[in-house]
Design a binder for this molecule. Sequence first.
Ligand SMILES: [Zn+2]
Length: 240
Amino acid sequence: MPDNALNLAGFNEDTAENILENRRRFLKLFPNESGAWSLAGCWQVHGSDVRLIHNRAEAKPAEDARGDTIYCDAIVSNASGVLAGVKTADCVPILIGDPVHSAFAAIHAGWRGTLAEVATKALQRMTAAYNTNPRDVRLAVGPAAGSCCYEVGTDVIDPFKSKFPHQQLFRETRAGHACINLLEANRAQLISAGVAPERINIAPLCTMCRTDLFFSYRREKNTQGKVGRLMSVIGRKTSG
Ligand SMILES: [Zn+2]
């Protein structure tokens, strides 16, 4: 992990003091006149469980949100003052906003989560809890490992080919290996769930190419021993 970088998670790889100070600086980017943000996160496990945050009390004050004990990979809420956050370093961070019902979601989709349809499940949870119509939502997909760099083996290729028979997700590299386009897999999933393609915005930057800007687990873990985490957040300002 580069020193002097804005690491926002990973308490086993960086000091709590450093992470919490970085979070304070990060959250200053999102002014919220009527009060501090409460950060809703979870202990991410590459699954597809969705956690619903009903109110600010269920999230944690941003300065204190460290030892998440709820295991999930997506946060859904409509509570004001809550920032739903996901931590990534190569996996795909997906933010969903429903401007009609003021509901939102933050999703962590690595290859396992993508196969488990975590983004679709979060969207369905928004519909069940807040009446979200997929046609209304806007999506922001943050920096992740791109198809330029993200090489996987047959353990990943085979299940993806059967899950996405109509998508061209792979570029062959060497025997039994290919680079995967995880962003496209998630995009395709969300479009078939009813999201309008023109409302999906994907950051065009690869975390593995741009370690000058982002943390990359795959690039940095071997060379540096530890890796920082990016955080993507979405929320509603406190009303009033
Ligand atoms: Zn790349």
